[in-house]
Design a protein around this ligand. Sequence first.
Ligand code: JFZ
Length: 452
Amino acid sequence: MKKRKIYLLGIPVVIFVLLAAASAVHFPGFNNSKPKSPDNRMSWWRDARFGMFIHWGIYAVPAHGEWYMNTGHVPRKEYEKYAKKFDPVDFDANQWVKIAKDAGMKYMIITSKHHDGFVMFHTKTTRYNVVDDTPWGKDPLKALSRACRKQGVKFGVYYSIMDWHSPYQMAHNDSIPAHPTYNPTKIRPGKKDDYKKYMKTQLKELVTQYHPAVLWFDGEWPDWWTYTDGKELYQYLRKMDPRLIINNRIGKRPVGMKGIQMKDAVGDFGTPEQNIPPNGIPGTDWETCMTINNDWGYNKDDLDFKSDTTLIRNLIDIASKGGNYLLNVGPTAKGIIPQPEVTRLNEMGRWLRVNGKAIYGTTASPFKKKLSWGRVTSKPDKLYLEVFNWPADGKLLLPDIKGTITGIHLLADPSRRGLSAEKKGNHVVIKLQGDAPDNIASVVELDIADAP
Ligand code: JFZ
C-alpha cells in the first residue's frame, strides 16, 4: 500500500535486488549457443522469430485445400482446367507484404510450386505456369519479392520435390484413370535425371530472378528421392548463393544409414509441422509451421480459425523454446487473404508492437522447469517473463537466476515504473502491481547485470 502511494506520487523508483552472486547457477536450456555475429548466415533468421507462410496456387479455384488434386482424385487433364480459371484480379503484392509487416512478421515464404506441379512464377521449363497458362498472366513472385525488398521483409519460397503433374513422375495408383491417387509418386523408369534437371533449372530461375533468402523444400518423402539427392541439391544451391538458408525437408533424415549420423542431416533448420516440440530442438535451429485454421491452401469450408490468444501464446511458447513461428495464410483465387486471417494477424501485430522486445532477437528460456504462469525468453542482459496467468496475489515466482537484477518493469507500461523483487529460498519473487495490462500475455522485463 505504502509503495503504491510512492509510485502514484511519480517518484522514479528502480529497486536493485542483489542476488547471491556466489551461487553458480548458469543458464541451462539455452539451445542456441551458435555465434551471433551479423555475418553469420543464420543471424537474421534467428532474430526474426516470426514469418508468414503463404500457400497459393490454382487449388484456390476449387477451394478445397492444396491437396485437392490427390484427395479429390482429379485426373491431370481435369485439374489443368483450374489454371484457366485462375484470375486473381484483387491480388496486391504491397498489400500482402503490409499485412505481414503489420503483424510483426519479418519474413515471408510463398509456394512457388506445390505438389500439384503448377508453377507460380514465370519459368522457361514448362508452359504450366501462372504467367503462360492463366488469364491473369502475371508473376506474383516477382511482385512479392519486390514488395518485400521495398518494405524490408525477407522473401523466401516453398518448393515441392514431389510433382503430381510432371511427365517424369507417375501417380501412385492410376488403375482407375478417372480416379488417380498421386501421393506418393513413383519416378518414371529412367527419368529421374530428367526430373532433377527440371528442378534444378527452376530453382536456378528462382534464385536468379527473385533472390530468395530462404528455400523451403517439401514433398521429399517419395522413395525415389534419397538422402544423397538432397545433399547434392543442397550443395548445388549453396554454391549458387552461399547465403541461402535451406530447410531440412530438402533431404531425408539419415536414419540408419551406414556411416551417416543425425548430425549429417541435410539443411539449416528443422521444420516441426502443426506442433511445438515440448523442449525445443536443442542444438538445432528450428521453425514450427502452422495453419491459422486447419488448411494450408484456401478451403472455403474451413472456418475453424485459431483464437488470437492461441496464436499469440504459440508465438511466445515457440520463442521461449528457441524456435521460429511460420504462420500460414491461404489466399483466395481472387487474390485476397481471408479477412478472419487478417484480423488475427492484426491482433498479433498489436501485441508485438508493445511486447516485441520479448520476442525478436531473443533466445530460449534459461529455465528447464515449466512455469505455471507463463513463459520466459532471454537476451544476454535481459529476461522477459511472458505472463499468461496473472497471479491473484501479485506474486510472480521465478527460479533463482545467476546475475543481478538491476531493473524490473512491464513492457506495457510507458512510464517504465520500477517493480520490486526479493529472493526467497531458491526463488525470486517479483511483486506485480494491479491488474494484468494484457489478458493474453503481459511481459515483465528484467535487466540483468553480471550474467554468466
Ligand atoms: C506438407 C504438405 O504436404 C502440405 O500441403 C503443406 O505444404 C505443409 C507445409 O507441408 O505436408 C507435410 C510435410 C511434413 C509432415 C507432414 C505434412 N511431417 O513431417 O509430419
